[in-house]
Design a protein around this ligand. Structure first.
Ligand SMILES: Nc1ncnc2c1ncn2[C@@H]1O[C@H](COP(=O)(O)OP(=O)(O)OP(=O)(O)O)[C@@H](O)[C@H]1O
Ligand SMILES: [Mg+2]
Length: 795
């Protein structure tokens, strides 16, 4: 026997169901098939599994009769495994089903294909065994057409469609809902898809009015839809999150593989190193807390992220700073003097001032004394004096060049929010110094910029101010660093350019240009030895004659300091080293002649001698930040109407000075024996050569008068004299600044007589006699005293 037994259908009934299930008459009595846990809604059809013996009997009996059964759900029977469902557990409303066919499987379970055709009410149970039988009546599912009902149906259909899409229900279901006509059927089909409890489903069945049923079902569908939408949103978010995580994980794995392939270390080793370093570092509380916090953060950042590097660099900066590392200061004044003398020739006054300064500092260790500032032309030893001071005090030395620093952030650092930000120069230099009490040389403090990018001088002020600098806060570090133990020395070429508030805090020590004799001594004592050593030569092999050194100074340098001298001496040493190596000679005495051989064509000739001399030319003296210089004033005349042209990049003050000079001459023409017709018939041009360099100041007044007088009177000015002084329209000569530098420039240029304002006499007294040797000075009150002496005597 086959496992399935087919039972033939009642002919006719099927057709009738298909045509109109409503028409199938409900008999008065029906056997009742209890449904466990679900409701069979009218209009539906599906196979039921029937395994209960009584129910199987029921099916068998129904099949031989009209194939109709009452299908009624029953309430759960708590715990009890009863053979027959007690009658009081059965609901009263159910459906009448028509059995299409049954199949029996091996275990004897019936698969019964049923359609629910009518809604019924059980009026009375008349029999309980072997199955329930009861009296029943039909419940109408007819509706009256109304707009309300239509609207409700439409609403349910749209809501259901949305829900079906979200739940991915089969399309046929939606199509069915769309095509069904009876509102009850629509509502039942929709309601059956909601997975509601038995009680709730039973309630659907019990609604008598279609509108009530539709309302309830629509409400449930809408609720479900909302839940679905929210959970879908959540799902989407979770999925996105997971997708991203997966992607990241995937990429990181790839990265790891690539790293491994490249043989690069992995991050744990890196972190371990950092932790070891942190253990070793001696940090103040605040720094320690910051590092620990940052380490915690770092451990959580993947090493491939740019954040990792930023965070790591920050930690390293903190760990590398000498928070608690100091060198032991020592100062023995005798030894200090020795060191200063050993490193520098001359500079007597300056060395004395330095020693005084150091002595006071040691007496009062906590002294917030002024900061030393060396001011003077280039190459006179400002930086190297700073180095010597560091040596005398046994301090670490760091030079910070401030030239061109325009941005406050260069001093104080950038906030860490900027990519690639770093601490400012102060903190960088501390790291370089490796101790918290080094000597900082702030070079070129006069060349600090100041513009829209912020004012670095105010940041510097904080650095230098003992009242504030013990909590110096760099923008990058954010933790304060105590700078109070740092010793600061500053340098500048031009005192006027140091920002006022900074200058107030400093003790200015002025260094002036060296005279030729001093330069010779510096060369003999220091520079030559340094250069010999640098070129692996010895004093036994090479000796310099004094005349040779002088030749280098005169013909190859024109400077206040000794930097170019040192460079040229180096050039000579290089030449000698070459010749020794190539076997030309074993030792060498450098003479004037060999200087020219090694250094080639002469760079500088005596300035005045080099000029094509004649009427209209006079030698003035000027002060510049790089030392004194000769300033030649040229005047020329040509046919015209008496106009005055001025050229040579002159500043306003110097232009006025030229005009004043001309006015003086015109108003004193008779006394000066000048033909005053010239003023109406000639144009005058005054030029100050070296047109590229801007010149200003009133001190060329005297030289202007002399040049113009020479031009207009046709008498030449003597070549070997120079002059400086401001003039008034009445011919008074007023004092000027920079006398020492000017005199030194005159001496360098072989000038024999210098005319100065009488009120500058005291400045000349300060110049050492050795420097002034060979020069005579004229101190004048009026320009006429100059004009009496400067012209070449007609013989
Ligand atoms: N009196 C001196 N004795 C020995 N060497 C000197 C003396 N003066 C300067 N020097 C040497 O001259 C060179 C230049 O000096 P340094 O660099 O200190 O000049 P500076 O005044 O700092 O110039 P700048 O203003 O250009 O910075 C150094 O090698 C220095 O040792
Ligand atoms: Mg310097």
């Amino acid at each position: 026997m086959s496992s399935e037994e087919k039972i033939q259908e009642t002919p006719g009934a099927k057709e009738q169901i298909a045509a109109d299930p409503e028409k199938l008459a409900v008999p008065e009595v029906l056997s009742i098939l209890p449904l466990q846990g679900f409701v069979f809604f009218p209009g539906m059809g599906f196979p039921l599994q029937v395994s209960h013996k009584g129910s199987k009997n029921l099916i068998d009996d129904a099949l031989v009769k009209d194939r109709l059964v009452a299908m009624v759900a029953h309430r759960p029977m708590k715990g009890k495994q009863m053979d027959v469902v007690p009658a009081d557990h059965l609901f009263t409303i159910g459906t009448m089903g028509y059995i299409h066919k049954i199949m029996k499987d091996k275990e004897g379970v019936y698969q019964v294909l049923v359609s629910a055709v009518r809604k019924i009410r059980v009026l009375e149970i008349t029999q309980n065994t072997p199955y329930h039988v009861g009296r029943v009546e039909s419940i109408s599912m007819e509706t009256e057409e109304s707009q309300e009902l239509e609207a409700m149906v439409l609403n349910l259909r749209t809501q259901f469609k949305k829900m079906a899409e979200l739940l991915q229900l089969p399309d046929e279901l939606t199509l069915t809902i769309m095509s069904l006509q009876n509102p009850f059927h629509i509502a039942y089909l929709a309601g059956s898809q909601l997975n509601l409890s038995l009680e709730e489903e039973q309630k659907f069945l019990e609604y008598e009015k279609a509108t009530d049923l539709l309302k309830k079902v629509t409400l449930e569908v809408t609720k479900k839809l909302e839940t679905l939408e929210v959970s879908q949103e959540i799902q989407k978010n979770i999925k996105e999150d997971i997708d991203k995580k997966q992607r990241e994980f995937f990429l990181r794995q790839q990265l790891k593989a690539i790293r491994k392939e490249l043989g690069e270390g992995d991050e744990n080793v890196d972190l371990d190193d950092l932790r070891k370093k942190m253990k070793k570092a001696v940090l103040p509380k605040e720094a320690k807390a910051t590092v620990e916090k940052e380490m915690g953060r770092l451990a959580r950042i993947p090493s491939s992220s740019p954040e990792y590097t930023v965070s790591r660099t920050f930690i390293e900066w903190i760990l590398d700073l000498p928070w608690k590392i100091s060198t032991k200061d020592s100062l023995n004044l005798v030894k200090a003097r020795q060191i200063l003398d050993h490193d520098h020739y001359g500079l007597e006054k300056i060395k004395k001032r330095i020693l005084e300064f150091l002595a006071v500092r040691t007496l009062k260790a906590d002294l917030h004394g002024p900061i030393l500032c060396f001011v003077g032309p280039p190459g006179v030893g400002k930086t190297s004096l700073g180095q010597s001071i560091a040596r005398t005090m046994n301090k670490n030395f760091v030079r910070i060049s401030l030239g061109g620093v325009r941005d406050e952030a260069e001093i104080r650092g950038h906030r860490r929010t900027y990519i690639g930000s770093l601490p400012g120069r102060i903190i960088q230099s501390l790291k370089k110094a490796g101790s918290n009490n080094p000597l900082f040389m702030l070079d070129e403090i006069d060349k600090l910029g100041n513009d829209f990018r912020g004012d670095p001088s105010s940041a510097l002020l904080e650095v230098l101010d003992p009242e504030q600098n013990f909590t110096f806060a760099d923008h990058y570090l954010e933790i304060p660093f105590d700078l109070s133990k740092v010793m600061f020395i500053t340098t500048a070429n031009y005192i006027e350019n140091i920002p006022g508030p900074l200058r107030d805090r400093m003790e200015i020590i002025e260094l002036s240009s060296y005279t030729e004799d001093e330069k010779v001594m510096i060369a003999k004592r220091h520079l030559i030895n340094k250069q010999l050593e640098a070129h692996a030569l010895t004093a036994q092999k090479v000796t310099f004659r004094d005349a040779a050194i002088r030749a280098v100074i005169r013909s190859y340098t024109r400077e206040a300091g000794v930097r170019n001298l040192e460079r040229n001496l180096g050039g000579i040493c290089r030449g000698i080293a070459m010749d020794i190596v190539s076997g030309k000679f074993k030792s060498h005495v450098v003479t004037e002649k060999s200087v020219h051989k090694f250094l080639g064509p002469i760079d500088f000739y005596p300035e005045a001698a080099a000029r094509n001399w004649g009427p209209g030319l006079a030698t003035g003296l000027a002060w510049t930040p790089v030392g004194g210089v000769l300033l030649f004033i040229e005047a020329a005349k040509m046919k015209g109407k008496g106009s005055l042209t001025l050229t040579g990049t002159l500043g306003d003050v110097m232009k006025e000075s030229a005009t004043a000079a001309l006015t003086y001459i015109r108003s004193h023409a008779k006394m000066l024996k000048i033909d005053d017709k010239q003023f109406a018939q000639e144009d005058i041009h005054v030029h100050v050569p070296a047109g590229g360099t801007p010149k200003d100041g009133p001190s060329a007044g005297v030289a202007m008068v002399v040049a113009l007088t020479s031009l207009l009177s046709g008498k030449s000015v003597r070549k070997d004299i120079a002059m400086t002084g401001e003039i008034t329209l009445r011919g008074d000569v007023l004092p000027v600044g920079g006398v020492k530098e000017k005199v030194l420039a005159a001496v360098r240029a072989d000038i024999k007589e210098v005319f100065l304002p009488s009120r500058n006499e005291k400045d000349v007294l300060d110049i050492p006699a050795s420097v002034k040797k060979g020069v005579s000075f004229h101190f004048v009150q009026e320009i006429s005293e100059v004009l009496d002496k400067v012209f070449v005597k007609a013989d």
